[in-house]
Design a binder for this molecule. Structure first.
Ligand code: NAD
Length: 257
């Protein structure tokens, strides 16, 4: 088992990437704390893990709230005795997020509060716990849009993911000699609720797929496999990366017919 004796905290574990990663980490032997604002979804993930013989707990936390992030880390250490892996994965893509002219300030602030401050709080309260455990791995979910611009505007989201990527790099450098690795997972467009709600017509979906060399959306479980590599000791010399798992989208200039 690739995560035997490890304790992992996953934010946004009720759905999509976070849920698939939780199921996979549990199979690989990790003890898990699942957090989300969606309690029903979190309980459903928890039940699946317990049914398959895994070890996990659900702790409700809003990643945009400092006190709740501090509490989720405290809960993890109190429940499982340590924390080795933090997957700062919770994020939103708001349906009212558009271009600079059309995007309201509140939408920009909300997106930043969850997508950027959420990662900051996960690190702020999580890193001292990783130090106490003698080191560990942090994975921050960014996106391919952190490095590519799209004509389908989602300015607040795109800017927030750029911030996650640069924050990840600096954290990786600061903590490199403490046996703490920090990497960004950059998913391409996925067939998850988050993106399908945003690309809500067949035309919008096809418009996006034109740019993906593989010609299909990715699956949340394919992100979970990448997160597993970054979480495990197999990636022991990997830190500060923008780990692209994107069907080739960031490599493409012209895609196949
Ligand atoms: P999802 O909507 O299925 O899952 C996101 C989860 O985060 C949900 O369970 C939601 O309840 C939770 N969440 C939202 N706000 C929260 C908050 N304030 N506190 C705690 N939890 C909160 O979406 P997903 O596709 O699994 O997204 C996971 C991450 O991947 C996000 O950071 C997203 O930006 C990123 N991402 C997704 C795609 C894609 O195509 N789906 C592509 C690139 C990056």
């Amino acid at each position: 088992m690739r995560l035997k004796d490890k304790v992992a905290l996953i934010t946004g574990a009720s759905s999509g990437i976070g849920k698939e990663t939780a199921l996979l980490f549990a199979k690989e032997g990790a003890s898990l704390v699942l957090t989300d604002i969606d309690t029903d979804g979190g309980q459903a993930t928890l039940k699946e893990i317990l049914d398959q013989g895994g070890k996990a707990s659900f702790f409700k936390a809003d990643v945009s709230k400092a006190a709740e992030c501090e509490a989720m880390v405290t809960f993890t250490e109190q429940t499982y005795g340590a924390l080795h892996i933090i997957f700062n994965n919770a994020g939103i893509m708001h349906s009212d997020d558009g271009d600079a002219i059309g995007t309201e300030e509140e939408i920009f602030d909300l997106t930043y509060a969850i997508n950027v401050k959420g990662v900051f709080f996960g690190c702020k309260y999580g890193i001292p716990a990783l130090r106490r455990a003698g080191g560990g791995s942090i994975i921050n979910t960014a996106s391919f849009v952190a490095i590519l611009g799209a004509a389908t505007p989602q300015l607040a989201y795109t800017a927030s993911k750029g911030a996650v990527l640069s924050m990840t790099r600096e954290l990786a450098v600061i903590h490199a000699r403490e046996n703490i690795r920090v990497n960004a997972l950059c998913p391409g467009p996925l067939r998850t609720e988050l993106l399908m709600k945003f690309l809500n017509t067949e035309e919008k979906k096809q418009r996006r797929l034109v740019h993906v060399p593989m010609g299909r959306f990715g699956e949340a479980r394919e992100m979970a496999q990448a997160a597993l590599f970054l979480a495990s000791d197999e990636s022991s010399y990997t830190t500060g990366t923008e780990f692209m798992v994107d069907g080739g989208i960031t490599a493409a200039y012209v895609t196949p017919e």
